[in-house]
Design a protein around this ligand. Structure first.
Ligand code: SAM
Length: 400
């Protein structure tokens, strides 16, 4: 969406048109557009309003009902922090007692909205003109938030106690950049900032290798509804005492559970051993943070292999930090043995999970020739290494 499109929507007529639209439906959009143009609306404005309506619909996953009062660009929405996570970022500044925060590379303004909601005075800096206009609109309810269209790397931060940086992570070709040193602004800028300001945070890709986590920073991996969405690096007053790595597991919208956190303050030593009655698959944020041993200790178990992120235990402990399965069988991986095992049990529907093995689930499925004629029983198998051997663990997911 270009500046003309956004500007059109910010006129009284444009905003009224956008607000009058019904919830977006792809199959009705063409007819609705035609109807609006027939009614005398400017075609460019109709196109902009329908695009915005579609983006609002798509934004509900990140912003819930707030999306209906916001504006978006497609890239801005894709890069935006979901509100539940932005609130976590903002809470760090609140806990550290930082009142004035600069949001450097603010995008459509999600993190700034969360900071302003927590009564912080926010300077939101965005170099892209259209995105800055969108952020201005999204922050209209908070007079203590100011949007400035400028380069964050040359912005004067005198008087600011803290800064949050969420760098753009797409290269020239549109390819995702996992290395924070290549983001815009780059990690070097953040490190320089952290040396000057008491409280600095930066959002990075979940795949950031541990060796790139700067000395003295706390790295926190966050998952939402089982998907790892980011690794935040927190410096100075925003890093918690003694915590280098932590994981925050946030439930999906509508789930009743509360977020759960784990950190490396007390890292147990856990060995590997035979598969017991229950198998645990730690949440991705826990794995990325390197805290699988914590989960093993929590469930009174051990690893199935020193190099694999599966935990096993004779006890069932329910936790959002790991998905639990009842173990039904364990045997060495061999195509023939596995096929007989499935056929003998009338398995017609098979879920294949794997970790630490080169086997490709879809290729294996073809080789196994699982047939509905075998029966309609269902099974889940985990292909992994158990004490160094390629093995099959047949499991049943524990639900609820
Ligand atoms: C990942 S997005 C920020 C998303 C934002 N945290 C949110 O939740 O909506 C990064 C933004 O930084 C902006 N940006 C990149 N380099 C910049 C710079 N040097 N100065 C200002 N903005 C910059 C990009 O235009 C992009 O909109």
């Amino acid at each position: 969406m270009d500046l003309a499109g956004i500007s059109g929507l910010l006129t009284e007529i444009g905003w009224a048109l956008l607000e009058s639209l019904p919830p977006y439906r792809e199959d009705e959009a063409l007819a609705l557009g035609e109807q609006l143009r027939q009614a005398g609306h400017d075609p460019a404005l109709v196109a902009a309003a329908l695009t915005q309506s579609r983006l609002r619909g798509a934004a509900r996953g990140k912003f819930g009902p707030f999306a209906d009062g916001m504006l978006f660009t497609a890239t801005g929405l894709e890069q935006a922090t979901r509100l539940s996570v932005a609130a976590r970022h903002a809470q760090r500044f609140v806990s550290a007692g930082i009142d004035r925060v600069a949001d450097l590379g603010c995008g459509i303004g999600a993190d700034s909205m969360a900071l302003a909601t927590f009564d912080r005075e926010v300077l939101a800096v965005e170099r892209d003109e259209v995105t800055a206009a969108v952020a201005t609109m999204n922050l209209r309810h908070w007079p203590e938030a100011t949007v400035r269209c400028a380069d964050a790397t040359t912005t004067d931060l005198t008087g600011f106690g803290g800064a949050f940086v969420d760098p753009a992570r797409r290269g020239e070709t549109g390819k995702r950049l996992l290395d924070p040193r290549l983001g815009s602004p780059p990690l070097s800028f953040v490190l320089d900032l952290a040396a000057r300001l008491p409280a600095v945070g930066v959002k990075t890709a979940p795949g950031i290798p541990h060796h790139l986590v700067p000395e003295g920073a706390e790295a926190q991996w966050i998952s939402v509804a089982g998907e790892v969405v980011e690794a935040g690096l927190w410096f100075g007053l925003l890093a918690r005492d003694g915590v280098r790595r932590s994981a925050l597991v946030v439930p999906g919208d509508g789930e009743e559970a509360s977020p759960v956190e784990l950190s490396d303050t007390d890292l147990p030593t856990v060995g590997a051993g035979p598969v017991a009655d229950y198998l645990y698959e730690p949440d991705g944020a826990v794995i990325r943070a390197g805290l699988v041993a914590q989960v093993a200790a929590m469930v009174g178990g051990h690893l199935v292999d020193p190099t694999i992120a599966y935990v096993t235990s004779p006890t069932l402990v329910r936790s959002p930090l790991a998905r639990a399965y009842t173990v039904e069988d364990v045997f060495a991986f061999q195509l023939k043995t596995l096929r007989s095992w499935l056929r003998d049990r009338g398995i017609g529907r098979l879920t294949i999970k794997k970790r630490g093995t080169a086997v490709q689930p879809e290729q294996l499925r073809r080789q196994l020739k699982v047939s509905a004629a075998w029966g309609d029983a269902e099974a889940t198998i985990v292909l992994t290494r158990v004490s160094g051997r390629q093995s099959v663990i047949a499991v049943r997911p524990i639900t609820g």
